[in-house]
Design a protein around this ligand. Structure first.
Ligand SMILES: *Cc1c(COP(=O)(O)O)cnc(C)c1O
Length: 362
């Protein structure tokens, strides 16, 4: 983008950037942003509506700036999943984990940030916007993380922030808890573990490392497995010193009373909201097997999406052909690869039949 008007005093470092833009297009099967395909039950919808009606009585007032009730509930939720003993002092909540990532850069981005590419594209993009130097670390050819190489990259660059995403987006592959501990032992600065898809994985969460390694910071979200993307609620679990720094950089009253209320109700319905995880995992394995049967190559995924390759058409062309037939998947900008989010049963079979049709016709 070089066509910015000359009168516009846009920051130099923003001039070359493009906005985040996963297409939001109408399609029969929307399978491009890793959401959970199952909407909330009528019971949950009613419970949210009742709480929102109650909160609406006091919308003339600012919300609880510290989101104390929500942070306490999130701590209980995490302890229930991981057997930890964290409290609200270990929890920070924000408008999606994207805001969490932004706050981390604002608080700790005095030095560089390192991530291992390909991974979540918003890490480098938010770094650039917040004027933090971003370093692209490398992975193996098959996109898995070589731990010894990662450690030497960290020790060479000495970043203030190192990002590990597990399960990784867009590949779906995991880094084990032992490997994360090995990295934590040899890292200074903060080790940020982005666990946006943790609930889909069988690996223990890195929240179990925080007590022993206070520089480990875990990012989670309600947007994926938790089936609550529309409300925008992300959170981090860390040593209380990290939380204290979040208080410095947050905007006052950043988390609306409506967001806090909806998220609190959702946590009361956690069994319902996480109830489709096993089903989605099974569907993922089924779709992966179908892709393999079609002669395609699928990276083993511990998440709710699959990255596949092995087709001859350019990926942008196959992406468009799929969309023309009503199936929206994701071109993540990796040569010869496309990513599909696991949908409901009808969406998954539409995806497979449409893909067969597109590849058969080439
Ligand atoms: C989707 C995603 C997020 C962002 O989630 P929000 O909480 O919706 O902002 C963060 N990290 C990774 C790796 C993701 O894939």
């Amino acid at each position: 983008m070089s066509q910015w008007p000359t009168w516009l005093p846009l920051r130099q470092n923003l001039r070359e950037l493009s906005p985040y833009g996963a297409p939001q297009l109408p399609a029969d099967a929307v399978m491009n942003t890793n959401e959970n395909p199952y909407p909330p039950s009528p019971e949950l919808v009613n419970a949210i509506a009742a709480r929102v009606a109650h909160v609406a009585l006091t919308l003339n007032r600012y919300p609880d700036r510290d989101a104390t009730v929500l942070r306490t509930k999130l701590a209980e939720f995490i302890n229930g999943l991981s057997g930890t003993n964290v409290t609200s002092k270990n929890l920070w909540a924000a408008n999606g984990s994207n805001e969490i990532i932004q706050s981390l850069f604002m608080a700790f981005g005095g030095g560089a940030a390192l991530g291992f590419t390909p991974s979540y594209s918003m890490h480098p993009l938010i770094a650039k916007v917040t004027q933090v130097q971003w370093l692209n670390g490398s992975r193996r050819e098959d996109f898995t993380l070589d731990i010894d190489s990662a450690i030497s990259q960290i020790q060479r660059e000495k970043p203030a922030l190192t990002f590990i995403t597990t399960p990784n987006n867009p590949t779906g592959s995991t880094v084990t808890i032992d490997e994360i501990e090995k990295i934590a032992k040899s890292t200074s600065g903060l080790l940020i573990v982005d666990e946006a898809y943790a609930e889909f994985s069988q690996e223990p969460s890195a929240v179990t490392l925080i007590e022993k390694y206070p520089h480990v910071v875990v990012i989670r979200t309600m947007s994926k497995a938790f089936a609550f993307a529309g409300v925008r609620l992300g959170y981090l679990i860390a040593d209380p010193a990290v939380i204290d720094a979040m208080f410095l950089v947050r905007l006052p009253y950043h988390l609306s009373a409506l967001t806090q209320a909806a998220a609190e109700v959702a946590l009361d319905f956690k069994s319902e909201l996480l109830g489709t995880v096993a089903q989605l995992r099974a569907a993922r394995d089924h779709v992966a097997a179908q892709l393999t049967d079609m002669g395609l190559i699928v990276i083993p995924s511990a998440s709710n999406f699959l990255l596949f390759s092995g087709f001859e058409m350019p990926s942008a062309q196959l992406w468009q052909a799929m969309l023309d037939r009503g199936v929206l998947i994701r071109d993540v900008g990796l040569l010869g690869h496309l990513r599909v989010t696991i949908g409901n049963e009808a969406e998954n079979s539409k995806f497979i039949s449409t893909l067969s049709a597109c590849l058969g016709e080439k």
